[in-house]
Design a protein around this ligand. Structure first.
Ligand SMILES: [Zn+2]
Length: 431
């Protein structure tokens, strides 16, 4: 495959999840992996036709997806972990290192990190990222200016959504209200942190209600870090859902993390997920950062591994996406804006099964819905000719080893991603 634009016509045969193909297309039934063999026809960067292939004929075919969506990132602090390490891997250590790094955060550093993140995301096969930005302090204005510039630069390749993260009470101040109007005028979202753990005091309730009313007035969405802890049993998401329902507020609202609600017993958990569904709250589960930080004990391996209860939420009708959150920063030392690495990790960490629609949707269609993207990621005639084709012919092979991949965007094959570049660290090692 070359970087040049292929001529209009047939793409190589592939196996596609049925859930990512037009439900109205006349295709054979999916196999036991939820896959259908197809051959796609593209022209002018769009899918012109989806042709069914006879099952079981010929050589194994590559597994293919549409480009995936990262619903929760922090571009302003990505790749800062080596300079500002958190060797104990605790929340307190992360907070302290984040503070030291933020004090030195400048426009050029945010630009370098943001550019690196987007360039990687593009070649790995992401088509959109929602990033939170630390937005209270001298670093806020330069961070926003740089990331708005990068949003313009990458538009049409990786769509970037920006969320202003401040203490929730700040939105009730005159400066906070003015900043909210500034963010809303630029298509951003309002954010903040509930917890952790969240106390849910009357003051917390008043501040949160003020934020929701402000967002409704400005017509912008809200994305909160909520209940990122191993205590509190979902108090933050419960309050958010209660306020939205009680005051009939029409605000697109995402609860990121929603971790501690996993500690609720079955019945109260069911009541809470039903309230969340009724309030139309979306959830972004963040297994990597949760498993790295929560319940951390220096002398023993924790038995409680709180992360959003994805299955119960989905069963109640809540839209759930899975995100990578922190990338090589004080909160999590790994990650690389690689959606396939996140998918492979999360299948085991969150017990998701990609051969079922709801196992794959958190990385694809549900994430697109949560971000309100124009395209849901389902291939139809007229969809973008955008593909993420894997060097694995089955879900088992995908789990067995990190696959090589090729990304097609608007009918053009991209350069291979960073994980396929030769390692300069190994040039001196010869057998
Ligand atoms: Zn986060």
């Amino acid at each position: 495959m070359s970087a040049a634009s292929p001529p209009a016509g047939l793409l190589p045969p592939m196996r596609f999840p049925r859930a990512l193909l037009d439900p109205l297309a006349r295709l054979p039934a999916a196999d036991d992996q939820g896959l259908v063999a197809v051959q796609l026809e593209q022209a002018d960067g769009r899918i012109r036709a989806i042709h069914a292939l006879a099952a079981g004929s010929g050589a194994p075919l590559p597994l293919a997806l549409t480009p995936l969506v990262e619903p929760h990132a922090h571009l302003d602090k990505a790749f800062s972990g080596e300079a500002f390490p958190n060797p104990d891997g605790t929340m307190a250590g992360a907070m302290a290192a984040n503070g030291r790094e933020a004090a030195e955060r400048r426009a050029d550093g945010v630009r370098r990190r943001g550019e690196q993140a987007l360039a990687r995301a593009w070649r790995y096969g992401l088509r959109a990222i929602r990033s939170h930005i630390d937005s209270l302090g001298p670093w806020a204005t330069p961070s926003w200016e740089v990331l708005l510039e990068l949003r313009r630069h990458w538009r049409g390749r990786v769509e970037l959504q920006l969320v202003a993260m401040v203490p929730v009470g700040y939105w009730s101040t005159p400066e906070g209200e003015a900043f909210a109007a500034w963010v809303a005028a630029r298509g951003g979202l309002l954010g903040g942190v509930l917890g952790a753990p969240f106390r849910s005091t009357p003051a917390d309730r008043a501040a949160l209600l003020a934020l929701l009313r402000l967002a409704e007035r400005l017509g912008c969405g809200v994305d909160l870090h909520v209940d990122e802890c191993a205590e509190g049993h979902g108090r933050g998401v419960a309050l958010v859902s209660d306020l939205l329902r009680r005051h009939r507020l029409a605000v697109p609202l995402t609860c990121s993390h929603a971790s501690s609600m996993a500690l609720l017993a079955d019945r109260p958990c069911r009541r809470l997920v039903e309230a969340m569904a009724d309030a139309a709250v979306g959830v972004v589960a963040l297994p990597t950062t949760n498993l790295w930080l929560l319940g951390k004990h220096q002398r023993r391996t924790p038995s409680l591994r709180p992360q959003a209860p994805i299955r119960q939420l989905q069963e109640a009708g809540v839209t759930v996406a899975v995100g990578g959150d922190n990338v090589q920063d004080p909160w999590f030392p790994g990650g690389d804006f690689d959606p396939i690495a996140l998918l492979r990790f999360s299948l085991a960490a969150s017990h998701l099964v990609p051969w079922r629609r709801l196992g794959l949707s958190p990385f694809s269609t549900a994430a697109a819905q949560l971000l309100g993207l124009d395209w849901d990621g389902v291939l139809r005639e007229g969809s973008p000719a955008d593909l993420l084709v894997l060097g694995a012919s089955s879900w088992g092979e995908l789990l067995a080893r990190p696959p090589r991949r090729r990304v097609l965007r608007a009918g053009r094959w991209l350069e291979p991603p960073p994980c396929e570049e030769p390692s300069p660290l190994l040039t001196a090692c010869h057998g």
